[in-house]
Design a protein around this ligand. Structure first.
Ligand code: ADP
Length: 614
C-alpha cells in the first residue's frame, strides 16, 4: 500500500506551493474523493478559524499559528513595539520608525509633528492599517496633506535610505516560526531585494515608483522592463546578489545580519508569550527591512502571507527553494503519510492548542467530525504520554517536551498492519524509499543534516520508533552518539537524488579533531536531552534559540528578559569583533556547547567561531 502525503490549498493557490509539493510526490486533496480529514497540509493565505486548530489531527499541519496578528497588522505591531519600548527601553526597540495610530493618537502625533518641524525637514508616511501591497500609501511633509478615511498609521519616513545607483530598495526576509512554545525560529538565507524603479528624489514625494518598493506597484512602472544602472531589468535581486554588492562595500556584514536577526527575534518576543501553543503549525513570515544610508536596518512591517507569485527569475529561484525548505522543516513522518490508517485503532491526544500557553480563546462547541465519531464509537482509551509518572505530576519541563512530541504518540501502540509497515520501512534497504517519502525526491535538505538526534531521556517511549527517527531533520554536527549511529550509517549510503536535491557542504570549520569530538559528543548528548532544534534545514538557519541560555530561557514560560540580555551580549561581541577568528575547540572547555550558525552569509560560520565565549 503506497502512502502519499496530501496537501490542500485554499482557493487554489499559491501555484508555487502546488508545484513544489507535486514534484515531491504529494497529492492534491480532492473533497469528492477523500474523507474530510484525509490531508496532511492545509495552506491558506488568510487566517484559520479557531475550530480548525481545535479539530487538527495528529498527521495534519497548518501554515499559520493562531493569534499572530499582534505583529502582522500595522497598528498592532506599532502598539506592541511601543509597549516593548516602554518595558525594555527605547535603545533596544529602536528599529522601527516612530509611529502613530490614527485617529486615536492624533494629539500625540500633532505634538511630535510640531516638535520635529522646528528642526530640519521631516517626512511622514501614511499607511492604512490593514491593507498591503502599497495600497493607499502616501508620503507627506506638510500636515495639511494628511487626509484619511480609514484607520491608518502615520510613521516617520526614513528619508535617507541606502541607495544603489540612486534607487531605493528594501529587503524581504523570510522567517519561519517553527514553534512558539518553545520559541523556535529559522531565517532563510535566500531572500529578495525589492527596488523602486525610478530614482529616489525627495522633491517628488508623490512619485510612488521612486518611494515605494512594492513589486505590485513597480511592475506597472514605465521603467520596469528597462535596463537600470546597476539594478538591471525588473525590480528584484536575490539576496545572494545583494551579498555580492555588500562585499564590495566596506561594512561589517556579519554585524548587519545579526542586527536584522535581532529585529526578527525582538519582534517575535512581543507576541510569543501570548500565542497559543500549536505544535502542528508553522508560520512563514515576510519581514520588510529598509537599510538607511548608515546601514542601519529598520523594520517596516511583517507580512503573515508573504507574496508567493513568481513574477521574475529572482522569484523563481528564491520562492521555490523557500517552499521546499519549509516543507522539510515541517518534518513529516511515515506515520503522517498513512494518516487515519495509522491512528484509527488508537486514541490520540490532539496536539494543537495547549492549555498552559493558550491565551483566553473562546472555544466554540465543535461539530463532531466523521473521524472523531468513529473514534468515540470505538470507545478506545487514549494511550496518552507513556510515562512512569502520573499525568498530573508531570512537571512543566515535561509538558514542554510533550508539546513537541505529542504528535508522534500514536505509534506507541501500533495496530498490526501499521507496525509491519514501520518495521519494513526500517530495514536498511528501504531507508532510501522512506527518506524519499519524507523529504521527497526534490527535497533540498541534505541527508547529512537529517537525523542526528537522540531522543530525550524524557521521551523514552519514543525510542523504539525508528521510522520517526529517520524522518527527524536535525542538527548538522560531526558528533554521533551511539544511539544514532546505525541510522546515520544507512543515511551515508544514500546516493544523490534528483534535481533540486543538494548535497551542500559545510565549510571546513565544522571538521574537528577526534579528541575534541569525544568531548563534544558528551556535551551534545546533554543538550540533545533538551531537544536542540536542528541547526539548519536547507537554507533555513536556526536563529532562535542561539545558545544554551536562550534554549533554557524558552523551555517553559518564555523568559523575555533573559533572551534580551543574551541578544545584547551577542551583538556587543560581534560589534567589537576585529576579524573573524577561528578559535580552537579546546578553548571552549568548561563552556556550555551549543552549535549555532550565524545567520546571513551563504556559508555561515558557527557563532562560537565569531565571538568570545559567553
Ligand atoms: P504594504 O503592506 O502596503 O506593503 P509597507 O509598510 O511595507 O506597506 O510599505 C510599503 C513600502 O513603502 C515599503 O516597501 C517601503 O518601500 C515604503 N515604506 C514604508 N514605510 C516606510 C518608512 N517608514 N520609511 C521609508 N519607506 C517606507
Amino acid at each position: 500500500m503506497e502512502a502519499s502525503l496530501v496537501f490542500r490549498l485554499h482557493e487554489r493557490g499559491p501555484e508555487v506551493v502546488r508545484e513544489v509539493l507535486l514534484e515531491r510526490g504529494w497529492e492534491e486533496y480532492d473533497e469528492e474523493e477523500r474523507e474530510e480529514e484525509d490531508w496532511n497540509l492545509y495552506w491558506r493565505g488568510s487566517a484559520f478559524r479557531n475550530s480548525e486548530y481545535l479539530n487538527l489531527m495528529p498527521w495534519q499541519r497548518l501554515n499559520h499559528h493562531p493569534k499572530t496578528v499582534g505583529i502582522t497588522r500595522k497598528d498592532c505591531l506599532a502598539r506592541n513595539l511601543r509597549r516593548m519600548r516602554t518595558t525594555f527601553g527605547s535603545s533596544l526597540y529602536d528599529f522601527s520608525p516612530t509611529a502613530f495610530i490614527l485617529p486615536n493618537d492624533y494629539t500625540r502625533f500633532l505634538s511630535e509633528y510640531n516638535k520635529v518641524t522646528r528642526g530640519p525637514s521631516a517626512y511622514w508616511i501614511c499607511k492604512p492599517v490593514d491593507l498591503s501591497r502599497g495600497r493607499g500609501i502616501f508620503i507627506f511633509e506638510d500636515m495639511r496633506e494628511l487626509v484619511y478615511d480609514c484607520p491608518v498609521i502615520v510613521q516617520r519616513y526614513i528619508s535617507n535610505p541606502l541607495l544603489i545607483s540612486g534607487y531605493k530598495f528594501d529587503l524581504r526576509i523570510y522567517v519561519c516560526v517553527k514553534s512558539f512554545h518553545p520559541l523556535t525560529v529559522y531565517i532563510h538565507q535566500e531572500g529578495l531585494v525589492r527596488f523602486a524603479t525610478e530614482k529616489y528624489n525627495l522633491s517628488s514625494l508623490h512619485n510612488l515608483y521612486a518611494h515605494l518598493t512594492n513589486t505590485s506597484i513597480n511592475k506597472f512602472s514605465l521603467f520596469y522592463k528597462s535596463e537600470k544602472e546597476r539594478v538591471g531589468r525588473g525590480c528584484k535581486w536575490t539576496m545572494s546578489k545583494f551579498r555580492h554588492f555588500l562585499q564590495s562595500q566596506d561594512i561589517n556584514e556579519l554585524l548587519l545580519w545579526q542586527r536584522i536577526n535581532n529585529i526578527v527575534t525582538l519582534t517575535l518576543l512581543t507576541i510569543a508569550p501570548t500565542v497559543p501553543s500549536c505544535p502542528n503549525c508553522v508560520e512563514l513570515l515576510g519581514f520588510d527591512i529598509l537599510l538607511d544610508a548608515e546601514f542601519k536596518p529598520w523594520l517596516l512591517e511583517v507580512n503573515d502571507s508573504p507574496a508567493l507569485t513568481l513574477d521574475c527569475q529572482a522569484d523563481i529561484t528564491v520562492k521555490r527553494g523557500l517552499i521546499s525548505d519549509l516543507i522539510d522543516l515541517m518534518n513529516y513522518t511515515l506515520t503522517d503519510s498513512l494518516r487515519e490508517r495509522a491512528f484509527q485503532r488508537q486514541g490520540y491526544n490532539k496536539p494543537c492548542i495547549h492549555a498552559q500557553h493558550a491565551s483566553p480563546v473562546s472555544i466554540p462547541v465543535l461539530k463532531e467530525t466523521k473521524y472523531q465519531k468513529r473514534r468515540n464509537q470505538s470507545l478506545q482509551t487514549l494511550p496518552k504520554i507513556k510515562t512512569h509518572h502520573h499525568p498530573e505530576k508531570i512537571n512543566q519541563r515535561q509538558h514542554a517536551f510533550a508539546a513537541v512530541y505529542q504528535r508522534h504518540l500514536p505509534p506507541v501502540h501500533l495496530n498490526k498492519k501499521y507496525a509491519s509497515k514501520v518495521e519494513a520501512a526500517n530495514k536498511s534497504d528501504t531507508d532510501d524509499r522512506t527518506l524519499n517519502l519524507i523529504l521527497g525526491p526534490q527535497s533540498r535538505t541534505d541527508v547529512s543534516v537529517v537525523n542526528r538526534q537522540t531522543w530525550p531521556d524524557r521521551a523514552p517511549w519514543l525510542t523504539d520508533n525508528r521510522s520517526l527517527r529517520v524522518s527527524e531533520v536535525t542538527n548538522y554536527d560531526d558528533t554521533e552518539t551511539e544511539a544514532e549511529a546505525h541510522v546515520s550509517f544507512s543515511l551515508a549510503e544514500i546516493p544523490h537524488r534528483g534535481l533540486g536535491f543538494r548535497r551542500e557542504k559545510l565549510p571546513d570549520i565544522y571538521r574537528f579533531h577526534s579528541g575534541i569530538r569525544r568531548v563534544r559528543k558528551e556535551r551534545t548528548a546533554a543538550l540533545n536531552r533538551q531537544h536542540v532544534p536542528p541547526l539548519r534545514v536547507g537554507d533555513f538557519i536556526r536563529t532562535f534559540p542561539f545558545n544554551a541560555a536562550t534554549l533554557k530561557a524558552s523551555q517553559h514560560t518564555l523568559d523575555v528578559k533573559k533572551v534580551i540580555h543574551e541578544l545584547h551580549k551577542l551583538t556587543a561581541q560581534l560589534a567589537s569583533r576585529k576579524k573573524l577568528k577561528r578559535r580552537e575547540e579546546e578553548e571552549r572547555d568548561g563552556e556550555e556547547d551549543f552549535d549555532s550558525l550565524l545567520w546571513g552569509p551563504k556559508d555561515p560560520p558557527l557563532l562560537g567561531h565569531c565571538v568570545k565565549p559567553f
